[in-house]
Design a binder for this molecule. Structure first.
Ligand SMILES: Cc1cc2nc3c(=O)[nH]c(=O)nc-3n(C[C@H](O)[C@H](O)[C@H](O)COP(=O)(O)O)c2cc1C
Length: 514
């Protein structure tokens, strides 16, 4: 089983670390003439336009991300409007701006480099307004394209070893990653970005799903080759990352798995030429599950219980009561979100605001790799610059205690500037939230696929932090970082952990009128 050869993850992870010198020595430059197309286009398939004038859910984003919205009961079957809402608010185009290199179509969820390498597909039975089939979603024209006609949900049930959420879902959304579209800029580090960018998108998808009263969860346990084949992916270029079953039906009979022959469908090339980074494909292969037995074993793993006893001075989170928290709806907040480009260094946020963000964003993801809803693979560490009610310093977020433990007191703006790849954003923010994970026990338990889970979880919680921050009319941005320096900064507490993800939050600098 390749998944158990853990050296593969360490080789990839260590080989894609950023350091002061790796950045300076890299000869990589952006070849604008060869910039990849941001959309997957099937030129010969007729589009099926999705409805665009959708009824609003009216559900506050904070309740949608914190899992406090009740679902619709035993039978909750999405219709075409629900699917359209889910797809648009996860991956749809929400803004458009002209740049010297061309037009950039910004999407609902944050994505490294605005390169949008995550594609979405739908595998559904017959739904109100949509015939059973395997579809690709193109955000450029908000349309589905039918790749296979008929009900292929039995294939997914088989590939996931009968995962109940998949077997009972009227529709499943599948997320894939397209290597070159992101590797054009980020080279082999793109495999980490798959998890991050898929994660932010999933935060939106799960929020919209909850707001629509539809159960949904992240499924990482599946036989890779079977799902890739169903979507007819050219796996040298694009691979399935996760499944999200949507809704639930009590109907117990699924059609038997069907043959899924190669389709050889034409797609428009992304660039004139593509550069291969074998390290990514090796990481993907090494974390692939090869049989139903392996999926079953993978899923049966007990949870990794990671908890750190609190030793230092701690400040309890103080979120205001739910009725006093902002009620901005899921759709409003997703449309408002856009990464902050400059933070106001003179501004501060309150402990109540930081508490609202952390509390709502970390209540646990619905995911098959987490045994119970409160479990989490990543630990959160913070550098606090200007939060009223908190001393500036470095903190560990004890989720179980719902408290921030002071690791060291001091002004660390210069350190944050350095750790965040010498960018101004983490230095000017009010707080920087670092995700670190103890990869050793996680990999021992889950194999290399644990690495996918860690990156994806960080992206999804990061995406929820984005949403909570914008619900409060504050700003946030994802950031990249110097891996080992982050661990050193938070050590001895973080000794042995790996840096996974970084997000800065604060107040956007208001532009002065010209
Ligand atoms: C995981 C992650 C890392 C990011 N890293 C950086 C970064 O290092 N520097 C930066 O300026 N923006 C960074 N961004 C912000 C992206 O550039 C931004 O999300 C993208 O341009 C899309 O714009 P939007 O978020 O406003 O929709 C990051 C975003 C994510 C999700």
């Amino acid at each position: 089983m390749k998944n158990r050869d853990l050296q593969a993850t360490w080789k990839y992870h260590d080989g894609t670390k950023h350091s002061y010198w790796s950045i300076r020595k890299s000869p990589h430059f952006l070849d604008w003439a060869n910039r990849p197309l941001p959309f997957k286009i099937y030129p010969k398939i007729e589009p099926f336009s999705m409805p665009q004038d959708l009824p609003q859910t009216g559900v506050s984003v904070l309740s949608a991300i914190s899992g406090t919205v009740p679902s619709l009961g035993t039978d909750s079957v999405p219709g075409v409007e629900d699917l359209a809402r889910l797809l648009y608010f996860s991956a749809g185009i929400t803004k458009q701006r002209a740049y010297p290199g061309g037009e950039i179509y910004f999407r609902a969820a944050a994505c490294t480099g605005a390169l949008y390498e995550i594609e979405l597909y739908v595998v559904s039975g017959d739904l109100a307004g949509l015939e059973a089939g395997v579809y690709h979603f193109n955000p450029a024209d908000v349309a589905l394209r039918l790749l296979r006609k008929g009900d292929f949900r039995g294939n997914l049930a088989q590939a996931t070893a009968g995962e109940p959420a998949v077997a009972h879902a009227p529709a499943t959304i599948i997320c894939t990653g397209t290597y070159w579209r992101n590797a054009w800029k980020y080279q082999a580090r793109t495999y980490r970005h798959f998890g991050w960018d898929n994660g932010t998108l999933l935060a939106n998808m799960l929020a919209v799903s909850a707001a629509s009263g539809l159960p949904a969860e992240i499924v990482l346990g599946f036989v890779d080759v079977e799902v890739n084949r169903l979507l007819d992916l050219d796996v040298r270029r694009e691979v399935c990352l996760c499944l999200v079953p949507i809704g639930r039906t009590s109907e117990s009979s699924l059609p038997a798995p069907k043959e899924a022959p190669a389709l050889g469908l034409e797609t428009i090339p992304l660039s004139q030429r593509e550069v291969e980074y074998p390290a990514m494909r090796e990481m993907h292969d090494a974390s692939s599950l090869e049989s139903v037995e392996e999926v079953n074993q993978w899923r049966a793993k007990p949870p990794v219980l990671l908890s750190s006893a609190q030793t230092g001075e701690a400040v309890s989170l103080r979120p205001p009561p739910e009725e006093d928290q902002p009620k901005d709806t899921t759709e409003q907040v997703i449309l408002r979100r856009g990464s902050t480009r400059t933070f106001d260094r003179a501004a501060s946020i309150t402990l109540a605001q930081l508490s609202t963000i952390l509390d709502n964003a970390t209540r646990g993801l619905p995911a098959d790799f987490l045994e119970h809803s409160g479990a989490q693979l990543n630990d959160l560490y913070l550098i606090v610059h200007s939060v009223q009610g908190l001393k500036p310093g470095a903190y560990f977020f004890g989720r179980e205690q719902s408290a921030l433990e002071l690791l060291k007191e001091g002004g660390f703006r210069a350190d944050a500037h350095y750790l965040g790849l010498e960018q101004e954003l983490p230095a000017d923010a009010c707080a920087d939230i670092f995700f670190l994970a103890d990869l050793k026990p996680i990999l021992e338990q889950y194999g290399n696929r644990g690495y996918r889970a860690v990156q994806l979880e960080a992206g999804a919680i990061g995406g929820r932090i984005y949403l909570a921050t914008y619900a409060l009319h504050l700003g946030a941005t994802g950031l990249t970082f110097f891996d080992d320096d982050v661990t050193t900064f938070f050590s001895p507490h973080a000794k042995g952990k790996s840096a996974i993800f970084l997000l800065a939050i604060g107040r956007p600098l208001k532009r002065q009128p010209q």
